[in-house]
Structures are given as C-alpha cells and as structure tokens.
Design a protein around this ligand. Sequence first.
Ligand code: PTT
Ligand code: SF4
Length: 612
Amino acid sequence: MKGWNGKILWIDLTSKSVKIQEYDGDFAKTYIGGRGFAVRLLWDHLAPGTDPLSPDNILVIATGPLTGLPGPSTGKLVVAAKSPLTHGYGDGNIGSKAAVYLRYSGYDAVAITGKAEKPTYVHVSDGKVEFLAADDLWGKDTFTSERSLVKRHGRNSGILVIGPAGENLVKLATIISQEGRSGGRPGIGAVMGSKNLKAVVFTGERAPELYDEDKYRRLAARAYAEIKEKPAYSFWMRQGTMMTVQWSQANSVLPTYNFNEGVFDESEKIDGNAMERMKVGQRGCPNCNMTCGNYIYDDKGEVSELDYENVAMLGSNIGLGDLRRVARLNRLADMWGIDTIGLGSVLAFAAEASEKKLIKENVEWGDFDRFVSLSEDIVYRRPGLGEVLAEGVEHASRTIGGEDLAVHVKGLSVSAYDCHTAPAMALSYGVSSIGAHHKDAWVISWEVSHGRFEYTRAKAERVFELQRIRGGLFEVLVSCRLPWVEVGLELDWYINLFNAATGLKWRLEDFMVVSERVLNLIRAFWVREYVAEGKRWSRALDYPPSKWFTRPLTKGPFKGARLDAQRYDEMLGAYYNLIGWDHRGIPRASTLERLGLSDVRDKLGKWVDLTQ
Ligand code: PTT
Ligand code: SF4
C-alpha cells in the first residue's frame, strides 16, 4: 500500500500506553483519510452517549494521502471528536507543520483517549511516544507555550496546542498552531483540555513511500506553476480571504449587528483594501505558494494574522469599525485558543440581549474595551455573563432568554455569511456536517449570480455537489481547498497527484462515492448521539436561525428581504432526496447499504426506526 503509512497511533493518557492499529488497503480506499478516518474511528470506538468532556471521548488527529507531501497546500490536518458544544460530530482543519511531521513520524492518524493525571504534553516521533510534564505551560497562552516547545524540540517539529480557553473547558475552544492557525470550532480545544493535554508535538523524518515519486514530483511542480499563472493569483496574494469583506458588503451578506443586517456602514475601514494599506507581511501553512495569512499590527503594535471570518465576526458583527482593534481581538483569540466565529457570535448575542434588556449588564455595539473584558470573562469562565457565554450561544440563549437572537445551527455559531437573501447558503448551513459552517458548501458565491432569491432543486443539487468536493474530497485527501476555490486550480490535479502517490486509477466519481459515504456516516453519528442522549432527532435541526425568516433586513439594497420558511422546507426536502435521507433527515437503510455501510445501518437501526 503506497501513499499511506498504514498505521493509526492510539494513545491512552490515563494509562500512558500506546498501541498501533494497522489498517489495510480496503480501509484506506473506503475512507481515504482525514475526516473519513476520523468519523469511522469515532463511530466504531466511541460508546454512544459518551460525555464529550469525559476521558472516554476520542480526539482524532488525522491526515490524508496527500498531506505533507511536497504538493500544493498539503500542510493540513483534521482534528475531530464528539463535540462538547453540539454533542454531535465535530471537526476542524488546521494548516500546520504538525500535519507534515505527523506523517513523517510514521503514522497517518493519532487517536487520543483517557485523561492525564496532571497537565501533560505528548511527543510523537519516529516510532516513539513520550508523555511529558506540562505544568510549566498550563495557564500560558498558545504563543508562549508553542515557543517554549519549539525551543525544546527544535524547529523541525510540528505543534498543536491549546490556550486558557481549552484548559477552562470553554465550549468555543480551538486548537492552535504557528501563532495564527486555528482549528476545531466545535470545542475541540476543550476536549484536549478535558484530557489535561496541553499540546501534541510531532517530529520525524520518514516520508511516506509513494507509488511513483518521480511522477508525483513532476506533477506537483507543474501544479505549483499553474497556480501562479492563474489570473486570480496576484490579487489573492495581496488580500487573501480578506477580499471577501468587500465582496460580502457589495452583495449584502456581511454579518452585521448579530446577523440582523447584511451591510455595515463602516465596512471600508475593515475590508481587504484597508488591510492591504496596513499589511506588514504574510505567511501560511507548509507547502503553500499562495500564503494567505496576511498580518498587520494591532492597536498595541503586535502582529495579528487576519482572515475574512475573523474580521467579519469580530468587526461588523459586533459593530466594530476599526481594523487595528479587530486585529487585537483576533490576536487575543489566537493566544487564548478560542474560535473567532464563536466568540464574535456570543459577543454579538450579548450586545443584542443587552439592547433588548434581557440582561442587566451593559454591552454596547462597537464598545471595544467592553468586548475585550467580556472575552476575557468568557475565556476564564468568570461568574456571571462570561460563564454563561462560555457555553456557546445556544446554551446562553436558553439560560438568558432570547433564543430567537442566537445565530447557530445545532449549537454551532453561523460563520460569516448573512443569509436573509441567500436560501441555498442557508441550506448549506442547515445541513453542514458540524453545525453552521461554510466549509462543506460555500455555495453563496455561485448563488448570488444564479437566481439569488429562488428556492430550487438546482440549488439543493449544487449544495450536495459542493459538499462532496469541499466537505468530502478535500477533507479526506486533507489538502487545502483554497487553490481550487480561489484561483481555480482544477480538481484533476488533486486526483492525478493522488493516483501518482497511491498507484490507484481513480476518477472524480470514485471520490464522490467516498464523500457520500463519509457524509452519511457523519449524519448517522449525529443521530445516534442525539438519541443515545435522550434527545429526539428531527427535521427542524436542519433549519437555519429563525431570525432570517422572521426579521427582515432594514438596510441595504435588499431592505425588507427575509427567507421563506415553506420554500426553504421544500428545498430541504429536495436535498434529502438527493442524499438519500428520509423526511426526518435520517439516512435511509437503502442509502447506507448502497454506500457499503450495512454495519452502520444495523447499529443505527437499534436507535431509530429506519423504515420510515
Ligand atoms: C475554520 C474557521 C475559519 S474558516 C476561520 S477564517 W476562513 C476562522 N479562523 C480562526 C482563527 O484564525 N483563529 C481563531 N482563534 N479562530 C478562528 N476561527 C475560524 O475558523 C484557515 C484557512 C481558511 S481561513 C479557510 S476558510 C479554509 N479552510 C479550510 C478547510 O476547512 N478545509 C480545507 N481542506 N482547507 C481549508 N483551507 C482554508 O484554511 P476550522 P487554518 Mg481552520 C487564525 O479551523 O475549525 O476548520 O474553522 O485552519 O489553518 O487557520 O486555515 O476565512
Ligand atoms: Fe494555508 Fe492559505 Fe495556503 Fe490554504 S492557501 S494552505 S490556508 S496559507
């Protein structure tokens, strides 16, 4: 088996023991890697109904057959677990040297269970695992911690680390790497914290063996060159994802004042052009020639690496029109290890709840100092509002009141696209694999030029197609999707690279089947966990936030616009038919059989009736 290392490393923090799971070509071809491996391991090894913050939860760190190889933007990995925020499947994607060194350490994935007695970090190297004390790092921010670990383990190492948010089990905590790469929005950082695991360090020198290395290298060199020749490349290199701020404003989808509006009066102060004027440099993930981590100095003169989501959620969504101050909040979020989207969502919820007098605390739109202090209260779980918001926006709205103000799907805060005028994007959030995230189907750029206000089967088809490419292909190969999305590097490159690495002769259709399998297994996992926890699974869970239906936009070119619930429901039904789910959004027995998941059908059938 070429292209894969063929080994998954299991680490038990309680007993400080390890074991190696070898897998064969069938498993590799069925799940490919990354998200595919993660969900299969969680389905097989996690007892249904497990408390996500208990030692029994499994933290999976997974790569794919392209990860770490010298090809375009392959320095990525997937982190996954049962989410403490949503109690469903949760994952995230991080660009980090850890991706490269995990592969070089001789494994394709690591699965971590148990709980260390004391703060610990784990060093995985070529054939060896060390459990090392992390008392001196516990309580420290992610930047300081990672720098200490680099000193100990050298620059040829890859490090995943949590900050105070993860240690304090804040449900919005992520895992951080390289001072500006973050992953695991559904609270995966808190899972690490619950295990007393401060960091994982990877070192190693064993590159995976490839089927045809010469061919792979030739193809990779041509793909890198092709990226640079694409017309969109030069502007991308200037602004990266930050260009999306002006695009969203122009199309009235920029989240503003807790997703009540799609335009922000001060957008020009925080957009890609403003960033370009302040830019001091750019950096990115390993193996990437379109580095998108643009950084500026924040209001204290410290470096902050900006991306669209960070700026929209900590800028327009909380009414803050000052990029250096947005950058400050963004830097703090990275240092604390908390998701900028989740943070921007709970801060905006607090401001709206305060405006509506649902809370006694005063939180005003755009009040930077108040937002900084409230963020700190959240990260350190200080009694009062901070403690409540640390549980995430859905939980906070149930505690405080104002459920109609909370902008989330299945507990995960909506990422930065307002959908009052974008039904397909609303659908994409509704049926995303982890809750409201754009990762699986960023359909909005297509939608604005394809019958924007329509609710059609074609839109459901497009969402399903994008899910299989973005949420499937890229998350199982584990490679950055941005060369494809942003500069138009054709999908064939990835498939050809995969074939050269593995010796297989796959086509796009083969990947689409794997993607469908993975998407269905993820849905089966959600349903199983819901039912095992005594909750009912229903179609309503695939609805976007209620305010997009009930509260029309009051500003901008589409003033008065809102979503139509009945037509949304029809589109949701069309999507269910395409993917093979019943009227509740549960995979049909026949769908699972068709995808080679008969064992999953049998197990899921014990929890829910699959004959409907
Ligand atoms: C991702 C989500 C995003 S999506 C952003 S900005 W984006 C936010 N980034 C955060 C951050 O930064 N710090 C922080 N404390 N919290 C943050 N939360 C938000 O997390 C990211 C890039 C980007 S920038 C995107 S779109 C693409 N995402 C990819 C993906 O998901 N899969 C894939 N195969 N390739 C991708 N390429 C792009 O990677 P999550 P990163 Mg990320 C600082 O984490 O949980 O997946 O949520 O990984 O290395 O930071 O790169 O406008
Ligand atoms: Fe990382 Fe950006 Fe390059 Fe993707 S395009 S690999 S997110 S630096």
